[in-house]
Design a protein around this ligand. Structure first.
Ligand code: SAH
Length: 222
């Protein structure tokens, strides 16, 4: 269980109330998995947003985290986590660490998390948050996540938190049999879709879910 850093954010008791309200909202939007709801009720999202935005941390919206990037909307984090958990994973790869919030949710669910971020500045901030919250089982690296993390694969689940027009084959190749990859897929400025690719003993199968809006999956590092 993660402690609240009440003093540093001046949120005090209202933070837990705001989180409880967010969880009610996620339930009304169709999130059912009690493990996901419990972890998101306990994890202080305000630690993952920029200074000055803490009071908005429990709204169900994406928020800026600098460098033109965003922390994903809580509903999307919950939805992607539910889709990933259906594969009963032990080891998961995230592409796009960003604020670190999605990785923290996965770690609090007891998964061994590997996360890759292409913007060094964001990764440093995320690592600082992991340390502050004593989140173990998260390994991170500064790299182009479209290449995956082959030394550590195969993964039971891979999650992309940035949208490309296609899912890179390097990533599906790092999926274990029975594993799932969940990603937003589609061009920027047009409707992207949440997609789940499952590796079966015979190959890959794909399911499509709701329309979503993510920042772009880019090449190289900065
Ligand atoms: N999971 C994050 C969401 C951050 S937004 C969170 O919970 O806050 C998506 C992130 O993906 C951005 O930080 C962006 O820099 C990163 N990204 C985009 N393309 C990438 C790539 N090829 N490799 C690694 N990270 C990438």
């Amino acid at each position: 269980m993660i402690g609240l850093r009440r003093d540093s954010h001046g949120l005090g008791m209202t933070s837990q109330r705001a989180r409880d309200r967010l969880i009610e909202r996620l339930k009304s939007e169709g999130i059912r998995d009690p493990r996901v709801l419990d972890v998101m009720r306990q994890l202080p999202r305000h630690v993952f947003v920029d200074e000055g935005l803490e009071t908005r941390a429990y709204e169900d919206s994406a928020l800026p985290i600098g460098m033109g990037q965003t922390i994903s909307q809580p509903y999307i984090v919950a939805r992607m986590t539910e889709l990933v958990l259906a594969a009963t994973p032990a080891k998961v790869l995230e592409v796009g660490t960003g604020s670190g919030y999605q990785a923290a949710v996965l770690a609090q669910l007891g998964l061994k998390v590997f996360t890759v971020e292409r913007i060094d500045n964001l990764l440093r901030n995320a690592r600082r948050r992991f340390r502050a919250l004593k989140l173990e089982h998260i390994r991170s690296k500064h790299d182009d996540g479209r290449l995956g993390w082959s030394e550590e694969g195969p993964f039971d689940a891979i999650l992309l938190t940035a949208a490309g027009e296609h899912v890179p084959t390097e990533l599906t190749q790092q999926l274990a049999v029975g594993g799932v990859l969940v990603a937003p897929v589609g061009p920027q400025n047009q409707t992207q879709r949440l997609v789940r690719i499952t590796r079966t003993p015979d190959g890959l199968s794909e399911d499509q879910f709701e329309p979503v809006s993510f920042v772009p999956l880019l090449s190289g590092v900065t």
